[in-house]
Design a protein around this ligand. Structure first.
Ligand code: TXA
Ligand code: MG
Length: 330
C-alpha cells in the first residue's frame, strides 16, 4: 500500500472532466471540487483511508470533523439514523444550497469523518457540476474547504491550485463560487434548533421556517470554523468601522484596503478593492475571499477592511473577518 507523505509533490491538473474526477474518487484519491460556497477537498466519505488523506493534505487536526456532501435527501438518510421533521423542512426549503445540518450518524460513516462525534454534518451542495458528480458516485463526499488549515478559503480553482498544487492530482474547475461564504451550520437538540456557524443563509430565513434558533456560545468551540483565529491571511488584517481613520493612525504603513459601496476617501484606488456598490452584499460575499487572497499576495504591511452592517449576509462576512483579523499574537 502506498503511504502518503505530505512532502511528496505530485502533478496537479485543473480541468472540468467529470469522468476524471469520478475515476480518481473511486480509487480513493482526494479531488478538489467546486461548490456554490467555496471549493471543497473531497474524498469518499465511506473510505477511512481516503478521508485520512484529506486531513493530511490540509494539515488539519484530527479533532475537526468534516462535512459530508450528498446528492439529495435519500443519500442523507443513508448516512444518518433518520431525519427529524425540521431537518426535512430545512432541506426542502434551502437545498441544494448553502445549508449544513448536523444529524445523528449511522455506521456507514466512519468515525474519522465526524472526529468521533455522534453527529455527522450533511449538505446538498448547490453546484450543478458537483451534484452531477455525486449522482455518478455510489458514495457521498467528505469535504472541508480546500485550503490549508486556518488560511483563507478558496473561491476559484486558481486559489486551490495556489494553495494545494503539488498535493492533489485533480482540481475540478466549476468556475468562481456563486455564494462565496461557507454554508450555515445548524443542529438539533430535542426540539431546539442550534446555530453552529453563521453562513451564506441568514439565520433570519431559517427562523422564519422553523422558529427561534439558539446561538451556541461555548468556551471550547464544537465547530473549528468557530475558532477565534481562522480564515486568516498572512498579512495582518484589521476589521474597522472607519477605514480612513484607521489609515491615518499609521499613514506610513503600506496598506491594502477592502471596502464596499465607495472607495476610502483620499487614499490611492490602486491599493483598494471595492466589493460592491448600492449595498449589493451578495456580490460582496462572492468577491470577499478573492479580495483577501489578492491583497495577501501583494505584500502590504496590513489590510484594512470596512466592517459590514450586521444584517443578512453581512453577519457571516463580519464573522469570517473577525476570525481572519490579527489578534496581536505571533
Ligand atoms: O460551505 C461549506 O460548508 C464548505 C463547502 C466545501 O461545503 N465546507 C466547509 O467545510 O466550510 P470546513 O471543514 O471548512 O468547515 C466545516 C465546519 C467545521 O468548522 C467543522 O468543525 C464543522 O463544520 N463540523 C463538521 N461536523 C461537525 C459536527 N459533527 N459537529 C460540529 N461541527 C461540525
Ligand atoms: Mg474551512
Amino acid at each position: 500500500m502506498h503511504i502518503y507523505k505530505p512532502e511528496e509533490m505530485i502533478p496537479t491538473t485543473v480541468g472540468s472532466s467529470l469522468s476524471t474526477a469520478v475515476k480518481l474518487l473511486q480509487q480513493g484519491e482526494v479531488v478538489a471540487i467546486p461548490t456554490e460556497t467555496v471549493y471543497g477537498l473531497a474524498a469518499n466519505a465511506y473510505n477511512e483511508a481516503a478521508v485520512r488523506r484529506i486531513y493530511a493534505i490540509k494539515n488539519r487536526p484530527l479533532f475537526n470533523p468534516l462535512i459530508v456532501h450528498v446528492s439529495g435527501i435519500g443519500q442523507a438518510a443513508a448516512c444518518t439514523q433518520g431525519l427529524p421533521h425540521k431537518a426535512i423542512q430545512l432541506f426542502n426549503k434551502f437545498s441544494p444550497g448553502p445549508l449544513t445540518l448536523l444529524l445523528p450518524k449511522n455506521n456507514n460513516v466512519p468515525d474519522i469523518v465526524t472526529a468521533g462525534l455522534p453527529d455527522v454534518a450533511i449538505r446538498i451542495p448547490g453546484h450543478a457540476l458537483t451534484l452531477g458528480l455525486l449522482q455518478e458516485l455510489n458514495f457521498p463526499l467528505a469535504a472541508p474547504s480546500a485550503n490549508p488549515f486556518g488560511y483563507i478559503s478558496p473561491t476559484t480553482a486558481t486559489h486551490v491550485h495556489q494553495m494545494l498544487g503539488g498535493k492533489i492530482k485533480y482540481i475540478l474547475d466549476g468556475g468562481a463560487c456563486n455564494a462565496g461564504i461557507e454554508s450555515t451550520i445548524v443542529g438539533f437538540r430535542n426540539d431546539e434548533v442550534l446555530l453552529f456557524r453563521e453562513g451564506a443563509i441568514p439565520v433570519s430565513l431559517i427562523e422564519k421556517l422553523v422558529g427561534p434558533v439558539k446561538r451556541i456560545h461555548t468556551a471550547k468551540p464544537s465547530a473549528p470554523g468557530m475558532l477565534a483565529s481562522h480564515y486568516q491571511p498572512h498579512t495582518p488584517l484589521y476589521l474597522v468601522d472607519d477605514v480612513e481613520a484607521a489609515f491615518s493612525e499609521e499613514p506610513a504603513l503600506r496598506t491594502g484596503i477592502i471596502t464596499y459601496n465607495e472607495l476610502a476617501k483620499g487614499l490611492p484606488s490602486a491599493d483598494q478593492v471595492l466589493l460592491c456598490t448600492n449595498n449589493d452584499f451578495a456580490t460582496a460575499a462572492r468577491k470577499l475571499y478573492a479580495a483577501m487572497h489578492t491583497m495577501d499576495a501583494r505584500g502590504y504591511d496590513r489590510i484594512l477592511v470596512r466592517r459590514f452592517p450586521d444584517t443578512g449576509i453581512g453577519v457571516a462576512m463580519n464573522d469570517r473577518l473577525e476570525r481572519a483579523a490579527w489578534k496581536g499574537v505571533g
